[in-house]
Design a protein around this ligand. Structure first.
Ligand code: SAH
Ligand code: SF4
Length: 343
């Protein structure tokens, strides 16, 4: 095993140039994945946490250049689920599928005011479940209100720590504001999830190394990493996009440096690589987010092409997912799967 991988296993820290070296070099990839798998087992065990994903609105005020939900994409049928429907999906996930976390995700849809979100949060928290939001940039007071209403966790990827790159591909958005949102989420006491895209045009390995160091610096509780998959109805339609292997390497190194956090095997990984999620689970990941969104609208939540075909949580698909998890010697967690810090 390369001495840098051994160092990461023992100290959970690497310098920027050391991260870049491991990201660049391909001859140690299988050792790196193996080491990340060992660290995962040592720090968070064999349990896999299943989180029910509900994509409740694809309406978005933003115009991120990579995303199919961007405001300027006219080639999409917009939808917004009402509170009753969202609650029923959550109820199905908790009571029928036995899931212990509900994740509510959407574009930045202004219809969901603070009051409406808090009403939804309170209602879902009457179920026996943890609740995660992934609804974009909000004010400090919004995050505080979500916390008081019962929100446990929030996912907001920084996307890239390269400020110039971020502001190029997320027009009219500010990197400093996005970072401030993460700090606000943390300071109101909500578990904080972030992450990045791998494969933005002009993104360098140095910048991916910075992303990993950023996750550590802000003390992320969860980190989601996905390869960029070019969407035909966006300005990045012709981009090369990310590879499964590089995204997996960024994920494995994140596990080595933040050994006790929660890391999902992302849907984008499964979309790019056959059995991609299982491979990710064996390279550092410990979370899967089965999609329980209504079949009738799921196809319209197309962040990237091919996404809607993966991770279906019909009863049959859900059974198969559980079998797959057992077949690699892992167990399905029976608790809420909060971040347990290993100080
Ligand atoms: N609107 C919220 C949540 C929904 S988008 C937000 O932006 O935070 C959730 C994630 O989808 C984004 O953080 C982004 O990293 C990812 N995503 C968007 N377009 C993508 C693409 N073309 N390929 C891969 N991931 C993409
Ligand atoms: Fe909207 Fe999120 Fe897509 Fe950006 S990534 S366009 S904020 S849904």
């Amino acid at each position: 095993m390369h001495n840098l991988i051994s160092k990461a296993m023992e100290t959970h820290s690497l310098e920027r140039n050391e991260l870049v070296y491991l990201l660049k070099e391909s001859s140690f990839d299988s050792d790196l994945f193996y080491a990340a798998d060992l660290i995962r087992q040592q720090f968070v065990g064999n349990n896999i946490h299943l989180r029910a994903l509900i994509e409740f609105s694809n309406i978005c005020q933003n115009n991120c250049c990579y995303c199919g939900l961007r405001r300027d994409n006219k080639n999409i049928t917009r939808y917004r689920l009402d509170e009753d429907t969202i609650f029923q999906l959550a109820e199905y996930a908790v009571k029928k599928l036995g899931l212990k976390t509900i994740v509510l995700q959407s574009g930045e849809d202004l219809w969901f005011t603070r009051e409406r979100m808090c009403s939804l949060i309170k209602r879902i928290k009457t179920l026996d479940t943890a609740l995660t939001l992934s609804i974009g940039e909000k004010s400090y007071d919004d995050y505080l209100a979500y916390k008081k209403a019962g929100c446990d966790r929030f996912l907001l990827r920084i996307e890239t720590t390269d400020k110039a790159l971020y502001e190029k591909y997320d027009p009219q958005m500010s990197w400093d504001r996005r970072k401030q949102c993460l700090l606000d989420i943390k300071s109101v006491g909500i578990e904080t999830g972030t992450g990045c895209l791998v494969g933005l045009p002009e993104q360098t390995l140095e910048s991916l190394a910075d992303d990993i160091l950023f996750f550590k610096k802000i003390g992320a509780d969860m980190v989601g990493i996905g390869p960029l998959i070019p969407h035909p109805d966006t300005p990045l339609a012709q981009a090369k996009g990310g590879t499964f292997t590089l995204a997996c390497k960024v994920m494995a190194l994140t596990r080595m440096l933040l050994p006790d956090i929660n890391i999902p095997a992302t849907t984008a990984m499964e979309t790019l690589e056959p059995n991609g999620q299982v491979k990710a689970l064996q390279a550092g990941a410990n979370v899967i987010m089965p999609n329980v969104t209504l079949n009738s609208v799921r196809q319209h939540y197309e962040l990237y092409p091919g996404k809607s075909n993966t991770n279906l949580a019909s009863d049959d698909a859900f059974f198969l997912l559980k079998e797959k998890i057992k077949s690699i010697g892992r167990t399905i967690s029976q608790d809420y799967g909060s971040h347990k810090k290993n100080d």
